[in-house]
Design a protein around this ligand. Structure first.
Ligand code: DGP
Length: 115
């Protein structure tokens, strides 16, 4: 757990965010630096640092995050055209905020593999 991140402050309401989806356990808001027409971050409200940490503590919540990501994609109109879920984990993957976040990215064609 890492409660001292910018995303913890967004959950606490101390920093504003453009929220698009919220439940008791999950929050989704638009990324400040969008990489595609749709770019939303889906986070657990509890400040788990990684997906592995969350999976070990609350495995059902992983399912809630993925379901929330699909809700976000559906609401944004990209569920049919396709979208990418990305979880950057650790330094080499460029995780810059140590509060687990699932990127929901879509609205344009994307290449593979990522750089
Ligand atoms: P990552 O590299 O996977 O850790 O991505 C972190 C993302 O978080 C990055 O795309 C920019 C976004 N971000 C950082 N700070 C803020 C913020 O204060 N508000 C919002 N909405 N997004 C942020």
């Amino acid at each position: 757990m890492n409660p001292d991140t910018i995303f913890g402050k967004i959950v606490a309401g101390e920093v504003p965010a453009d929220k698009v989806y919220e439940t008791d356990n999950v929050l989704a808001f638009r990324d400040l630096q969008p990489q595609a027409p749709v770019h939303v971050l889906v986070i657990p409200k509890k400040p788990y640092q990684t997906a592995a940490e969350l999976a070990a503590a609350e495995p059902a919540l992983i399912g809630e995050l993925i379901a929330a990501a699909h809700e976000v994609a559906t609401a944004a109109g990209i569920a049919e055209t396709g979208y990418r879920l990305v979880v950057n984990t650790g330094k080499d993957a460029n995780q810059t905020v140590d509060h687990l976040h699932v990127h929901v990215i879509g609205g344009r064609a994307m290449s593979w593999p990522p750089g």
